[in-house]
Design a protein around this ligand. Structure first.
Ligand SMILES: [Zn+2]
Length: 79
């Protein structure tokens, strides 16, 4: 486990991911990441989260541990 770090969110909502964490996740500037909330915690993962139903890269909603795109949300609403 990588040691946690404290930080602040700036006035534009940005945070700095400490070097030790970037190194542990093997991420660098311009890499794709996904952010989501789980159990009231911010989770940042390497790469994009795709829709869990169709695989679409444009995820709009997280529902518990599932990620859904707008097309699948529309389909579910129409059922
Ligand atoms: Zn979908």
């Amino acid at each position: 486990m990588v040691k946690g770090n404290k930080g602040k969110i700036d006035n534009l909502g940005r945070i700095v991911i400490p070097k030790s964490i970037r190194k542990a996740l093997d991420i660098d500037h311009n890499d794709d990441i996904s952010m989501f909330v789980e159990n009231n915690q911010l989770i940042i993962t390497k790469g994009y989260k795709n829709c869990d139903i169709c695989g679409n890269k444009n995820v709009n909603i997280q529902l518990k541990d599932k990620f859904l795109c707008s097309k699948c949300i529309k389909t579910i609403k129409s059922l």
